[in-house]
Design a protein around this ligand. Structure first.
Ligand code: FAD
Ligand code: NAD
Length: 477
């Protein structure tokens, strides 16, 4: 006998899209259920993404500073030792606290949680199977009166020549749980994951080489910022091989491999790098296996993203999709905003996502954070612009922190002065970007930022000085 229950809205997947959307739906009075196949809530972001990576970035940065920087402050520590097991268990505790916290939020908001694999039966019915359910012929059946929301996220891209085993050849998940610092790590793919996780292991003592197919790493960044970024990572010891195609690998010894690659320059010979671990970080792809999209005729594009209209509705009425599963930047905050906007639209409100202002952050040191258009994009769009930049080097707080690398760059419309883009490389760039986003959301100008109070001494003063520099009136340089 199968068990059947009825809800207003059913979310499939409990990542940032599913769990935040469910909370908003419950706040709006909908009877809400979430189905998640993992035993823990929070999806990729909390379990094997944003949170564990930031925990390790923070710990490894402190380890690096203890080694290299504390002495400049007059602090002599003697020998600094790494306890990797403890660093990993701190990371796991942070993940556990946050994923358990979602369970608490579900209870508080009266959201019903189901653990198991969700499969669509029709536009109103979902069937849940669970490995722990011994009677698979009696699945749980859920009915949705208002909407079924697909929020099943994404998984890493695979490279046929480098099959991930999470032992020698790692995905981001394996690279977040190593029990030993590699002697030499090759990162295939110089995107956000490659540079963040490459930084973690570099700071902990690994030699790190990044092999990137494109002409430069992170080509989506403003060119001026990207130049600073690459120089800074190189100074820290990260090595880059760009415009190169990975061919495969050979075992060199029991513990070492030769990763073979070929430069994309014509006539280039095959070369190799000796390493003991390879991290494959060549992007992620939408995940919809097991949902039975084909059975219902739900359309996907050629890359597997579920097609939706401007109200997140798929090609089947009553079934919606949000987050990494649909086109757009694969970011937790974009997933959350979409799910919240959808819940509000289903409640008859004007839920909206401002795709022009999705921020992007790389949590390396220095951090890189940007919003809006780059200088190159503005020029390609034919927009008349003026730009202002200011270095952290000339900021008192940055000097006190001992973190003076980087700049803030503001791009404004040449006539209206409206801010079109903000780009930061520097200490806590992720946090500093916030004021630029808020100013842009309100249609603010560089003068608005320049005329607002900024406490002294703070890193935010660099944002203000960059805004003043748009009209060539920076004061502190
Ligand atoms: P997901 O978080 O992938 O959640 C989908 C959930 O659906 C999963 O838990 C999955 O188990 C479940 N599911 C799938 N199919 C079914 C099914 N049929 N039945 C039941 N459950 C199902 N983004 C940022 O914004 N900032 C960062 O700092 C950041 N760092 C990252 C670091 C790493 C290493 C990685 C890998 C990603 C990072 N991201 C970051 C990206 C971020 O994790 C994703 O954009 C975000 O998790 C997408 O949310 P989502 O809810 O769409 O999907
Ligand atoms: P990415 O798209 O950022 O970078 C992948 C890189 O791999 C690209 O530069 C690409 O040119 C390169 N590449 C692809 N195939 C290759 C090959 N065969 N050989 C060499 N290089 C190759 O993807 P990612 O770094 O894997 O991250 C996946 C997603 O997760 C991104 O969309 C990102 O937004 C998200 N993420 C975000 C954060 C953050 O916000 N801080 C952190 C981690 C991940």
């Amino acid at each position: 006998m199968s068990k059947s229950e009825e809800f207003d809205i059913i979310f499939i997947g409990a990542g940032p899209a599913g769990y935040v959307g469910a909370i908003r739906a419950a706040q709006l009075g909908f009877k809400t259920a979430v189905i998640e196949k993992r035993t823990t809530l929070g999806g990729t972001c909390l379990n094997v993404g944003c949170i564990p990576s930031k925990a390790l970035l923070e710990s490894s940065e402190l380890f690096y500073q203890a080694h290299k920087d504390f002495t400049h402050h007059g602090i002599e520590l003697g020998s600094v030792k790494l306890d990797l097991a403890k660093m990993m268990s701190r990371k796991s505790k942070i993940v556990k606290d946050l994923t358990d916290g979602i369970g608490f939020l579900f209870k508080k908001n009266k959201i019903t949680r189901y653990q198991g694999l969700a499969t669509l039966v029709d536009s109103k019915t979902v069937h849940i199977t669970d490995d722990s359910n011994e009677d698979l012929s009696a699945p749980v059946i859920l009915k949705a009166t208002k909407a079924i929301v697909l929020a099943t996220g994404s998984v890493p891209n695979e490279l046929p020549s480098l099959q991930v085993d999470e032992k020698d050849i790692l995905s981001s998940t394996g690279a977040l749980s190593l029990d030993k610092v590699p002697t030499s790590l090759v990162v295939v793919g110089g995107g956000v994951i490659g540079l963040e996780l490459g930084s973690v292991w570099l700071r902990l003592g690994a030699q790190v080489t990044v092999i990137e197919y494109a002409q430069e790493v992170c080509p989506f960044l403003d060119k001026e910022i990207n130049k600073h970024f690459k120089r800074s990572l190189e100074k820290q010891g990260m090595q880059f091989i760009t415009q190169a195609k990975v061919i495969g690998f050979e075992k060199a010894t029991n513990t070492a491999m030769n990763l073979k690659y070929q430069s994309l320059q014509e006539g280039a010979s095959v070369k190799s790098v000796l390493c003991d671990k390879i991290l494959v970080a060549t992007g992620r792809k939408p995940f919809s296996e097991g949902l039975n999209l084909e059975g219902l005729g739900i359309q996907k594009d050629e890359r597997g993203f579920v097609k939706v209209n401007s109200h997140f509705e798929t090609s089947v009425a009553g079934i919606y999709a949000v987050g990494d599963l649909i086109l757009g930047p694969m970011l937790a905050h974009k997933a959350e905003e979409e799910a919240v906007a959808l819940a509000e639209q289903l409640a008859g409100q004007a839920g909206h996502v401002n795709y022009q202002l999705v921020p992007s952050v790389i949590y390396t040191f220095p951090e890189v954070a940007s919003v809006g258009v780059t200088e190159e994009q503005a020029k390609a769009m034919g927009l008349p612009i003026k730009t202002g930049s200011f270095p952290f080097m000339a900021n008192g707080r940055a000097k006190a922190l001992g973190a003076t690398e980087g700049i803030v760059k503001i791009i404004a419309h040449a006539e209206s002065d409206k801010i079109l883009g903000g780009h930061i490389i520097g200490p806590r760039a992720s946090e500093l970007l916030g004021e630029i986003i808020v100013a842009m959301e309100f249609g603010g100008s560089s003068e608005d930022l320049a005329r607002s109070f900024h406490a002294h001494p703070t890193l935010n003063e660099v944002v203000r000085e960059a805004s003043l520099a748009v009209d060539k009136r920076a004061r502190q340089i």
